[in-house]
Write a protein that binds this ligand. Sequence first.
Ligand SMILES: [Zn+2]
Length: 307
Amino acid sequence: MPVWLRRTLIGLGVFAVVAGGAYYWFIVESRMPSDAAFALDIGEIRRMVAAQPGDKPASVEVERVGAFQFPATAIVAGDGWGSRDMPVYSFRLVYPETSIIVDTALNEELGQGGLVSFDAEAYARVLAAMSSASLIVITHEHMDHIGGLTVHPELEAVLPSASLTREQVENPARSAPARFPDGALDSYEPLEYEQYRVVAPGVALIKAPGHTPGSQMVYVQKANGEELLLIGDVAWHFRNIELLRERARLVTQFYLNEDRTAVFGQLAALSRLNQAEPDIAIVPGHDAGVVDGLLEAGILTLGFSVE
Ligand SMILES: [Zn+2]
């Protein structure tokens, strides 16, 4: 074999090994780190909720405002290049006299480029529901969860009902392209809490930084005893919990700048919870199958009942 051919073949071989390794590392690899840990004490959360008197939510309504589409491996590393739906939801906890909004979706402009569908009527109902809500919380400071708040046409009137955490307010870059108007938060006093915080009868926040610094889960106990755990984007699909697999590293490292080990700990804790308490409805941020199943079971109700 001529020397030049030998060198070329060796060069190609080295390239193939490096490229294959990089592909595996950034697209496929998703092993649970040995130091991943997260404390999710459902007994303690239930005790805290039980100690808060008052009517619990009679129903939990959901709006599907639009949908993104991602390659499967972006959602669950190693799942390949087929496309998967990523619907964008807003939830409304309905009390006899009042209501709470969990996540505010986004408008069409904020989702431009990524949205494959947008329901303007659903979005209008989310805006109206925010105006009449006594409390607005968001699972985390990403544009598809906080965006409906940042662009609300009556932000000044709505903002006092919004209970954003310090971590959510102090990391505005995470919300891009959503952003509050200049000065809107100047006198805003964010919520500060340690691990868990009951914010209304039947509703507790669970601090869960990792996907973003301001990520939290929202535990909901309905008046009829049904329990939901709105986990935001700790998992995009339930499959992340089922398989204990994270998003592809390309996504978590370069697009999200995630604390991957923290998210893995949360996935493991949610998997344990699901095994111990299968009746608690764990609701990932963008899983149509889960939401459709809960609608069918009557645990969720489709559409916000607002004028
Ligand atoms: Zn999201």
